[in-house]
Design a protein. Structure first.
Lengths: 281, 294
């Protein structure tokens, strides 16, 4: 930094590498287990290098069904993907239009609606799970993709963020568009949405991860195996009671559940950090 | 609100634009939240046939219930333990990563990605490592003559859920600390160095105080995280046990509402949880409004 202190630099790298090892270690062991047979996982200790069963395990998991869950991991991954994309795109869509209305229109009860939406910032879905399940059941949303998606987009984080962003745009933008004869539709589609694209990308990364990693809500709303998401399926594979857990398939499924969100974060790291630090502040 | 903004003068369009969000908020937020409030003052007979108004009975009986009081204490301990351990480790790593000039980006990427791993998956990973029949860590503990069984030992169960919950949260805190460190002007650090302050002294007297808004924000966020988002970890590893040792509030709401089917009590617990979140949110907003300036 200011002085060059070789010993301090050494300690710095050592601590960072140690930190990374602690973070990576469980994933590495899980990966190793996903390439071995159950017998070799239970060998006590399991060897810490990859085995030969990788292709077999992943194909068996993807094609399914396993002993404990009647549908394949491929099917459950599709459910998770629909849920994650539905939450991300749905929330972005309703937030864009709502934020647009709040910033660029004056209408009756504007403040009332504003507070109505923003009060949801306070309460996560976890605190009202029981009645929310009742509502979903009354609306016939159990075991449907819509039931997985809709209750989780009832939150104002994205709306709040987009509203803040729209308010930083110069007035001249809208004025110029109106002088050129653009109506509210044209302005929204041709100017506002393209200008917000970095913000939308950042929101997408955060919401995709949020959606893919949902656990409590899918646990409550899915009763049929065909509507299980990835994480619910993994839990069911672990709950075998007296039987032997199919560790090789569980571990392969765990790796498959980790890959999509980690892939998104690594590929879109800049948008991810931006999204995280701006949505929560 | 802001003034003098150029606006469109359309009478119907704004309502159409906010309609989807208002509708979803009404159906999936206000309806269930009011149901929770309503159910919390009712009691239901064992067959769910009749409901009677019970006033604050559900609340008062909760505070006489040893299991609930234990759950409150467990949640407090659990959230403080998770917040403390993940924040200190993240701060250390962020300060180190900020120091590094060569290879910084690689370190950052490698430290950030665990955020994308679901809590429930983090639970499964550590459950596997500490599992008595298959776990590699449990095996080494046995070799070292240490008796590990988180299914029976309450302290070990708590340790494991704290560990698994903090593991993923380190990345989250790391990102915020790194952003905080970037916003400290290097000239301050240089001035202190010219005055002869050692790196440790510079950290404690300049960097650490300047990070205090970030630290405070993270304390609130981590407490909220361990209150709610850790459900997956608990459900995957311990199921609230052994002997209620990891029975945190959210898990108890879930357990009483869906397995115990005590709707009134579960609703009262939801209402108490809601109040805790509201208080935490207010604390956070108030604090953020007047950030500490030096």
């Amino acid at each position: 930094m200011v002085h060059n202190r070789p010993w301090l630099t050494l300690v710095t790298h050592a601590i960072l590498i140690l930190g990374i090892l602690i973070l990576v270690f469980p994933i590495y062991v899980t990966f190793v287990a996903s390439t071995r047979t159950v017998a070799s996982i239970l060998a006590s200790p399991m060897p810490l290098w990859p085995g030969m069963e990788m292709v077999d395990n992943y194909l068996a998991a993807l094609a399914g069904p396993s002993k404990s869950v009647g549908v394949s991991v491929g099917h459950m991954m599709l459910n998770s993907l629909i849920m994650a994309l539905g939450i991300a795109l749905g929330k972005i869509a309703i937030s864009l239009t709502a934020a647009y209305a709040f910033v660029y229109f004056r209408f009756r009860f504007r403040t009332f609606f504003f507070w109505m939406i923003f009060v949801t910032l306070m309460l996560p879905v976890e605190v009202r799970i029981v009645p929310t399940v009742e509502v979903a059941a009354k609306l016939g949303l159990l075991d449907t993709h819509l039931g997985l998606i809709l209750p989780l987009i009832a939150s104002a984080t994205a709306t709040f963020l987009l509203r803040q962003f729209f308010m930083t745009l110069p007035n001249e933008l809208c004025e110029a568009a109106r002088v050129d004869g653009a109506g509210p539709y044209r302005f929204f589609i041709d100017i506002l949405v393209p200008m917000s694209r970095t913000m939308i990308a950042a929101l997408f990364v955060i919401l995709f991860i949020y959606g893919w990693n949902q656990y409590l809500w899918p646990l409550l709303i899915t009763t049929k195996e065909s509507s299980y998401t990835m994480l619910i399926g993994i839990k069911r594979m672990l709950d075998v009671g007296e039987g032997q857990i199919e560790w090789n398939l569980v571990m392969a499924s765990t790796i498959l559940a980790i890959i999509p969100p980690v892939f998104v974060v690594v590929i879109m790291q800049k948008q991810f950090v931006k999204g995280l630090t701006e949505t929560e502040k | 609100m802001e003034q003098q903004r150029v606006v469109f003068s359309n009478k119907v369009l704004p309502y159409v634009l906010i309609a989807p969000q208002v509708l979803i908020t009404l159906v999936f937020f206000f309806w269930p939240a009011s149901q929770a409030l309503f159910q919390s003052v009712l009691t239901e007979d064992a067959f769910g046939l009749s409901r009677t108004f019970a006033g604050l009975y559900n609340f008062t009986s909760l505070f006489k219930d040893d299991v609930y009081l234990n759950s409150l204490g467990t949640t407090a301990f659990f959230s403080i333990a998770v917040a403390f351990s993940s924040i200190t480790v993240a701060l250390l790593l962020a300060v180190m990563a900020h120091r590094v000039t060569r290879g910084g980006t690689i370190y950052k990427t490698l430290l950030i990605w665990p955020y994308a791993v679901a809590n429930m998956v983090a639970g499964v990973l550590w459950f596997f490592l500490f599992n008595n029949t298959a776990g590699i860590i449990a095996y080494f503990l046995r070799v070292m003559q240490y008796d590990w069984n988180h299914a029976l030992n309450t302290g070990q169960a708590m340790f494991l859920v704290v560990f698994a919950s903090s593991w993923r949260q380190i990345s989250y805190n790391f990102i915020f600390f790194l952003a905080g460190l970037h916003s400290i002007p290097p000239s301050l650090i240089e001035a202190a160095a010219i005055d002869g302050a050692s790196p440790f002294r510079r950290f404690w007297t300049i960097v650490f105080p300047l990070l205090s808004p970030t630290s405070f924000f993270l304390i609130v966020m981590n407490v909220v995280y361990s209150f709610f988002d850790t459900f997956g970890v608990i459900h995957a590893i311990t199921g609230g046990g052994p002997d209620y040792a990891t029975n945190i509030l959210v898990f108890k709401v879930y357990h009483d509402g869906f397995l115990g089917l005590d709707i009134g009590s579960s609703a009262a617990q939801s209402v108490i949880l809601m109040s805790i979140v509201v208080v935490l949110t207010i604390v956070q907003f108030r604090y953020i409004e007047r950030k500490v300036h030096y």
